[in-house]
Design a protein around this ligand. Structure first.
Ligand code: FAD
Ligand code: MLT
Ligand code: ZN
Length: 476
């Protein structure tokens, strides 16, 4: 094995190699701390050519590779297996913005660039890169592309798949596919790009991407609303599209339990409203059209105020506050974005990243909450998320004071009940977090034989030795 390590060192140098057990540790466990893997080495190449040389070496020596970006994934996809026979290939040194085309509304980047850096670079150039999620300060664009990440603006701009024009991929044999085409239209045979997006590192390593940009918003209005029910939330959103003149960019639903965990576990969090309510909606409208003369500070704020006033009269909103400045809007967003961290600090939980048709979401919530309570009466349901996409994180927190092993004894019963309900609703058991390792068995239950056979055929054709992130997404 020391011969293999020497060959790796010859490619990436000492700077690109982590061998010490203590230094390796952060790369070997996932954000949720569900898994602890082992690896021969953490390899950190600095260029596509170095990635290709490492992959070629691994193909020759039959060493498996676990690709990793910011390691914020929710499904264990970036954690290597426990047998210690893989390398972790971290893309974080490939962190250069390569080009901005303001006229063509595109940006070319390396895979290890942090999402927030991309957002900021776009903003400095009077443009918007709309992918936005709680982990944006540490996740990488390569990880976003590989999970086809969703986030809080999907209802207006689409998933990551819709935000990218071209990618460069190192194939499992080490060949480099240059698909960095800044084309909005390209019907030349099978769509190879779409194959790698969302593949969670099981088909190749994404090394670069050409991203789409939008005009930078010049008028933004954000409100924090107490609503009586998920039905009211869906109706509020439905009317908001027209009332905002098609400018709804976010609509996030939260139950009181998740918010309580944020207040309790995230210092500095405060309730924007005087009274407690069961459900909340964070609504944001944004437009690239600056407020016109005669409109006070914000054209959209005036429109939102009028709309929420009407919604209150109809009983769709119980109480509301519209952010008066950016700091207040950021404080509303922090309450939403800190849900994952608030839950993590509260203790053991199970995540169900589900989606159903938006109009069916309210009845799903009613039935789902009942099913969760039936499976474990003392559990604490924490439903929250992207209501505009029909995607809720229908999470389940353990009863207070329970240990993880104690709670996990009920894991299959709780998740089975939720996933069966999702299936009955024609929904998805993983709307945005992918399959990774945590849902490999579920996938075989909830996708058809035809779908699984096609996926397996693709995996075997592109990665015949099963060296790319083995044991993730689909078993071959
Ligand atoms: P990693 O976790 O490092 O990897 C994820 C997967 O992609 C793994 O299978 C890995 O092997 C593979 N991979 C990584 N880089 C590459 C590459 N260059 N080539 C090939 N394969 C690669 N997700 C959402 O979709 N929406 C949300 O709203 C959301 N909110 C979150 C909030 C918090 C607080 C946290 C912690 C996570 C959240 N996530 C969310 C999950 C996570 O941030 C996303 O899945 C993100 O896209 C992962 O990016 P990463 O760079 O951390 O990837
Ligand atoms: C989010 O939207 O905040 C995350 O995807 C959800 C989660 O932590 O379950
Ligand atoms: Zn989410």
């Amino acid at each position: 094995m020391s011969d293999f390590i020497d060959k790796l060192r010859a490619i990436v140098g000492d700077k690109g190699l982590i061998l010490d057990d203590k230094d390796k540790h952060p790369f070997l466990t996932d954000w949720r701390e569900n898994y602890l893997g082992a690896a021969l080495a953490i390899v950190r190449p600095a260029s596509t050519q170095e990635v290709a040389a490492v992959v070629k070496l691994c193909a020759a020596e039959k060493v498996a590779i676990c690709p990793q970006g910011g390691n914020t994934g929710m499904s264990g996809g970036a954690t290597p297996q426990e047998d210690g026979k893989e390398i972790v290939l971290s893309l974080t040194r490939m962190n250069k913005i390569l080009e901005i085309d303001k006229v063509g509304y595109s940006m070319t980047v390396e895979a290890g660039v942090i999402l927030k850096t991309i957002q900021e670079t776009a903003a400095e150039n009077d443009r918007l890169f709309p992918l936005s999620l709680g982990a944006e300060g540490s996740c990488t664009i390569g990880g976003n592309l590989s999970t086809n990440a969703g986030g809080v603006q999907v209802l207006h701009y689409g998933n990551t798949r819709q935000l990218v024009m071209g990618i460069e991929v190192v194939q499992p044999n080490g060949d480099i596919w240059n698909g960095l085409r800044a084309l909005k239209k390209d019907n030349t045979g099978y769509d190879l790009r779409d194959l790698y997006l969302g593949a969670e590192g099981t088909l190749g390593i994404i090394t670069k991407a050409v991203l789409k940009l939008w005009p930078k918003p010049k008028d933004v209005s954000t409100s924090w609303n107490a609503v009586p029910s998920p039905e009211a939330a869906v109706e509020l959103l439905s009317g908001a599209y027209a009332a905002s003149e098609d400018n709804v960019t976010s609509c996030e639903l939260m139950g009181r339990m998740g918010l309580e965990f944020v207040f309790k576990n995230i210092p500095g969090s405060t309730d924007p409203l005087a009274d407690k309510h069961e459900w909340y909606v964070l609504l944001e409208w944004a437009s690239s059209r600056p407020p016109r003369d005669g409109e006070n500070q914000s054209g959209l704020r005036d429109k939102m105020e009028a709309y929420l006033g009407e919604a209150m009269e109809k009983g769709l909103v119980l109480d509301a506050v519209i952010a008066q400045n950016e700091a207040q809007a950021r404080a509303f967003w922090a309450l939403r974005e800190n849900h994952s961290e608030g839950q993590k600090r509260e203790g053991p939980s199970i995540k169900h990243d589900i989606s159903v048709a938006v109009s069916k979401l309210p009845s799903f919530v009613t039935e789902g909450l009942a099913a969760m309570k039936k499976a474990l009466p003392d559990c604490r349901p924490v439903p929250f998320g992207h209501v505009g996409d029909g995607n809720l994180h229908f999470n389940c927190q353990s009863p207070p004071g329970w240990t993880k092993p104690q709670f996990m004894e009920y894991g299959d019963k709780i998740s089975g009940a939720i996933y069966d309900l999702v299936t009955a609703y024609g929904g998805s058991i993983s709307a945005e977090h992918g399959i990774g390792r945590i849902k490999v068995d579920e996938l075989t239950h909830y996708r058809s034989k035809i779908e699984l056979d096609v996926m397996r055929s693709i995996k075997r054709a592109l990665d015949p030795d099963n060296l790319m992130n083995p044991g993730k997404v689909i078993r071959v």
